[in-house]
Design a protein around this ligand. Structure first.
Ligand SMILES: [Zn+2]
Ligand SMILES: [Zn+2]
Length: 376
């Protein structure tokens, strides 16, 4: 799936200001306006794409996300999971604003087939594993990968001298039709994979693949706060088409887990073991925060699994929403064995509490007699 760059679509520079983008949008929207281009599928697609591009680039927040992560970054970002593919209502409201409310119709579903005469996608996706701390604080990583460069001799077709023949199976339509009763089904031609063309003799230079594999190594800055599952787009590092167009490279981020910290979005969880005497007496202890030591005050009477929150001590949001929290959860530890002295001390302590140390007696008072009566 190749995605057209929004800036290229509006024919503006990446650092253009709002005014320039708006002007470029008006120009493009006029040019591809469906009323001006009746029954022109290509113009219709362009018109939709231009509107989509403007929706993103005219919104500062969306534009920032797009610059960093591409279209993928915007999907599911407060869009109710619908992304931009179904933004038809927004489209018509922009349309009305620009053209004074004249209606437009005839936007059929896009069934037009993109014919390309090379058989690979321009965008590449690779997985990049980063350490837990690298994801939180950002890091420079070396990327080693290989991309496809269209074979010059066959112009990416894989056919000798670039000569392709019409597929005899589908007669060049790219689709075959199957009849079943009164129904007809269209199916992508399996012989030419829908291109409508076949190779009779292979190109010797690339052995018929249509491309050379080129190895590349470069360094990339992973931004502070990335999380597992994020995708980072690096434009113009993808495969190269015969006409020189280059796709993008997507880095699918995988973050290694830490043995102590647990990350949930931008919040960090940490379990802190406390000795039972510390919760009885109350204590102030030092705990390791992400950015250094923090002081945790444990009030007397703190319960097991109780949580304490350090605001803003979590991960800095990669999308610029501030910092998450550090949440500390208490785990009370009890001694597993006691020496004689400790036993004596604890027994003394228990005695000093008197009735308070026998909560079950007051709580279950009367139950012993009650149960006895049931069987008498
Ligand atoms: Zn065919
Ligand atoms: Zn070739």
């Amino acid at each position: 799936m190749t995605e057209i760059d929004y800036y290229e679509l509006l024919e503006v520079a990446r650092d253009s200001d709002k005014g320039t983008i708006k002007k470029a949008y008006r120009k493009m929207a006029m040019k591809y306006h469906p009323d001006k281009n009746p029954d022109d599928n290509e113009a219709e697609e362009k018109f939709k794409a231009v509107n989509e591009a403007y929706q993103v680039l005219s919104d500062e927040e969306k534009r920032a996300i797009y610059d960093r992560y591409g279209k993928a970054g915007l999907e599911g970002h407060g869009q109710g999971g619908r992304g931009f593919s179904g933004g038809f209502d927004d489209l018509s409201s922009i349309f009305e604003e620009m053209f004074g409310g004249s209606g437009f119709g005839g936007f059929g579903s896009s069934s037009r087939r993109e014919r390309k005469n090379y058989n690979y996608n321009l965008d590449i996706a690779i997985e990049l594993t980063v350490e837990f701390n690298e994801a939180i604080f950002g890091a420079k990583k070396e990327i080693k990968y290989s991309y496809k460069n269209a074979c010059n001799d066959c112009k990416g077709t894989g056919a000798k001298n670039g000569k392709l023949n019409t597929c005899p199976h589908c007669e060049g339509h790219g689709q075959i039709h199957m009849r079943q009763g009164f129904m007809t089904f269209a199916q992508t031609c399996p012989h030419c994979s829908g291109t409508g063309q076949t190779v009779t003799s292979k190109c010797n230079t690339c052995s018929g693949t249509g491309y050379d594999e080129v190895k590349e190594t470069f360094e990339v800055s992973i931004p502070e706060g990335v999380n597992d599952g994020n995708r980072i787009r690096i434009s113009n590092k993808g495969n190269v088409a015969p006409d020189g167009t280059r796709g993008d490279l997507y880095l699918q981020i995988r973050v290694k887990e830490d043995s102590h910290y647990v990350r949930h979005d931008d919040d960090i969880y940490l379990e802190v073991p406390i000795f039972f005497t510390q919760v009885a007496l109350g204590a102030t202890i030092k705990i390791p925060g992400l950015r250094g030591e923090l002081e945790l005050k444990i009030p007397a009477g703190t319960k097991d699994k109780e949580q304490f929150k350090f605001h803003g001590e979590g991960v800095k949001s990669v999308q610029g929403y501030g910092k998450g929290d550090l949440i500390v959860q208490i785990k009370i530890n009890y001694p597993t064995s006691l020496n004689n002295e400790q036993k004596e001390l604890l027994e003394k302590l228990q005695e000093s509490f008197g009735l308070e140390s026998k909560p079950h007696e007051s709580n279950l008072e009367g139950m012993f007699d009650k149960v006895k009566k049931w069987f008498s």
